[in-house]
Ligand binder design. Structure first.
Ligand code: NOJ
Length: 574
């Protein structure tokens, strides 16, 4: 048992220094020997509720993941990130945890989980869990005790105040909820049912570290750490700069509060150090220039999901969907380039999709773009930037957004919050719905499409969310048979990356940063140089001079021309 000792109250948080115990080197010239296992394979993200249902209840389960391990292996995957499978009332589909060390019966049992770890390991795949440590469910025993009185042993495990501020929760509505029992308000950065933990209390931190070590001792290969930027709150709680409705997003007042790194360094020492794992933290609003403090040998985590490229349509970390502006390609590219530069001496998790984001074929390409070409174009970027590609289930098949025609059809709690916000800002039902259709998290949560049978082979019952209408043509079975499918293109890209020292370790440089048509970048290692070119328009664009005459290695059009066709993506050897 590899348990850490945590000495209550005895920690001089700021005085601690750390070395990277596993000593990975991730400079551009890192050799194959120095590369860690999670740097050379991609990670596949599974949203278990929508992956495969083996019992007919309409929601996916762990046995469904076990059943599809060979498929996952065939994608070239080294790790699976599972979104939360802990006991939960499912107000936020598992991101509201009621027991950190138990599997929710909807997903299966601890034995199923152990079998998943073993079966995955037999295929050289590690299982990575989601740690949701900013908040618990309001049904967690800790919260039930905390809310009972002002003087119980867990009274200050959460954040209680006599007066609320004007902070708005990320899912909409006040971030404060009145509690009759205590006659006080508690803070919830997300839903009312997700009260924020008080990280200032060392007992809280110890309980969280123990839970993480429980899973590491069972053999998990690492963690994706949820909403970590919110764990540290400001020392004084005051109203923030008001929006048009008088509220201020809690994000703007609490994200990445100074002092947070002291907590995180302790977390690292108590849980991550000395383990052969990787950590990737979700950190909306950590700026690329601050990344060195957060990731790599001088930082806390191995990788960090920052949002600058996927939130380029929003003015700041506060994602108000109806205030989104059209994506400017140069800004999207600049965000990626800034992250690539900032992680030059560490490592970057490359992603365009996850369970919170719209499908990228709809998100990043102009209306009218060919969906299949667009999916392959995004994949070309995903596999040729420097870092570990994170592929979200269905992305490898070219899944598109599923627009439902009424707000009532949406399950996602944030979709309903955003809809209300838009209505309160004076938008009509139709206008508000249009933004929900564009940005809803349910776009990414429709069931996985396995074959052409009923419900795309996801369930023999009634799926919890409708299967996408395109499932007859866009599914694993059909795409396996089609050598030109998005799926088989992913496999080619994966093979290319995994066998290429340039793609694994080479230096990144962007060309033509001001172009609003093309994304062009090179990867260089020694005298070898590869160049990725993607045409983000629906018209032909002249091939950049540097590439003209170069050898094309792979692309979403079979042949090569001396111009780029609509949505064309290609990798050249220079
Ligand atoms: C980020 C997760 O990805 C999202 O799905 C969740 O709703 C929030 N954090 C709250 O835990």
């Amino acid at each position: 048992m590899n348990r850490r000792t945590f000495i209550k109250g005895a920690m001089a948080l700021t005085a601690l220094t750390f070395t990277n115990p596993t000593g990975f080197i991730c400079t551009p010239t890192a050799s194959a020997e120095a590369r860690r296992w999670w740097q050379s394979k991609e990670v596949y993200q599974i949203y278990p509720k929508s992956f495969l249902d083996t019992t007919g209840k309409g929601t996916g389960d762990l046995r469904g993941v076990i059943r599809k391990l060979d498929y996952i292996k065939s994608l070239g995957v080294g790790a699976i990130w599972l979104t939360p499978v802990y006991v939960s009332p499912m107000v936020d589909n598992g991101y509201d945890i009621a027991d950190y060390t138990a599997i929710d019966p909807r997903f299966g049992t601890l034995e199923d989980f152990d079998e998943l770890i073993a079966e995955a390991k037999a295929r050289d795949i590690r299982i990575v869990m989601d740690l949701v440590y900013n908040h618990t469910s309001n049904k967690h025993a800790w919260f039930i005790e905390s809310k009972a009185s002002r003087d119980n042993p867990k009274a200050d495990w959460y954040i209680w105040r006599d007066e609320p501020t004007n902070w708005r929760s990320i899912f909409g509505g006040s971030a404060w909820q009145w509690c009759e029992e205590r006659q006080q308000y508690y803070l919830h950065t997300f839903a009312t049912a997700q009260p924020d933990l008080n990280w200032e209390n060392p007992d809280v931190r110890r309980a969280l570290y123990d839970a993480a070590n429980f899973w590491l001792d069972r053999g998990v290969g690492g963690f994706r750490i949820d909403a970590i930027v919110y764990i540290k709150k400001p020392s004084v709680f005051a109203d923030g700069a008001p929006d048009s409705d008088g509220t201020c997003s809690v994000h703007n007042v609490t994200a990445a509060t100074p002092g947070i790194l002291d907590f995180l360094r302790e977390f690292k020492r108590e849980v991550f150090d000395g383990r052969d794992i990787f950590t990737v933290a979700e950190a909306n609003s950590v700026k690329p220039e601050d990344l060195p403090e957060w990731v790599g040998s001088q930082g806390v985590f191995d990788m960090l999901f920052e949002f600058s490229h996927v939130n380029v349509m929003f003015n700041n970390g506060d994602e108000v969907w109806h205030r989104a502006k059209p994506i400017k390609l140069s800004e999207f590219k600049a965000a990626l380039t800034a992250s690539q530069r900032a992680t030059r001496d560490s490592w970057y998790p490359i992603y365009f999709e996850n369970h919170d984001k719209p499908r990228s074929v709809n998100n990043f390409f102009p209306h009218g773009s060919d969906k299949k070409l667009a999916a392959k174009a995004m994949a070309t970027i995903l596999f040729t930037l420097r870092g570990t590609p994170f592929v979200y289930q269905g992305e490898e098949l070219g899944f598109a957004n599923a627009a439902f025609d009424s707000i009532d059809a949406y399950d996602d709690i944030s979709s309903r919050g955003q809809y209300d916000l838009a209505r309160a800002d004076g938008l009509s039902d139709k206008q508000a719905l249009r933004f929900v259709q564009k940005f809803s998290r349910d776009n990414a949560r429709t069931p996985m499409q396995w074959d052409t049978s009923a419900n795309a082979g996801f369930t023999s019952g009634t799926p919890w969310l409708p299967v996408h209408a395109d499932f007859k043509t866009c599914n694993v079975e059909v795409e396996e048979r089609d050598s030109d499918s998005v799926l088989n293109f992913y496999r080619r890209l994966s093979d290319l990356r995994n066998g290429s020292a340039v793609l694994l370790g080479g230096e990144y440089a962007e060309l033509y940063p001001d172009s609003e048509e093309l994304y062009v970048f090179t990867r260089t290692l020694g005298d070898k140089k590869l160049c990725t070119v993607v045409n983000f328009t629906t018209h032909e664009v002249k091939l950049p001079a540097q590439i003209s005459g170069a050898k094309k290695i792979l692309g979403n059009y079979a042949d090569a021309k001396n111009y780029l066709r609509a949505t064309e993506a290609a990798i050249y050897e220079l």
